[in-house]
Design a protein around this ligand. Structure first.
Ligand code: ZN
Length: 102
């Protein structure tokens, strides 16, 4: 059975692709195969811009922990979430397994 893409996933792929993350990286983040990501990008015309990401940049990718979209420039310093909405959602979903003090 084919899983259908949600609007949110498409948005995530577009955002990551805009930042020039490779298909394999996007796939890993979103739980899709690189080929799926690639064909979506081609079909939807999601083009990469800017420089290729280095290995270090990929490892320390400033992605929102909840929605996996790249964090806005202004939030990158030590931030884990792109918005209060994502932070709230993430903590709500992870509270059971992790006790995190804010
Ligand atoms: Zn987010």
């Amino acid at each position: 059975m084919r899983r259908t893409m949600t609007e949110q996933q498409l948005e995530q792929i577009a955002a990551l692709r805009r930042e020039n993350y490779p298909y394999s990286f996007i796939g890993r983040e979103l739980g899709l195969s690189p080929n799926t990501v690639k064909s979506i990008c081609q079909r939807k015309g999601f083009a990469a811009s800017g420089a290729r990401k280095t290995k270090a940049e990929k490892q320390n990718a400033p992605l929102c922990r909840y929605c996996h979209k790249p964090l806005p420039e202004t939030k990158r310093r030590g931030a884990l979430f792109c918005s209060d909405y994502c932070r709230t959602k993430w903590y709500r979903e992870n509270r059971k397994v992790t006790a995190i003090r804010t």
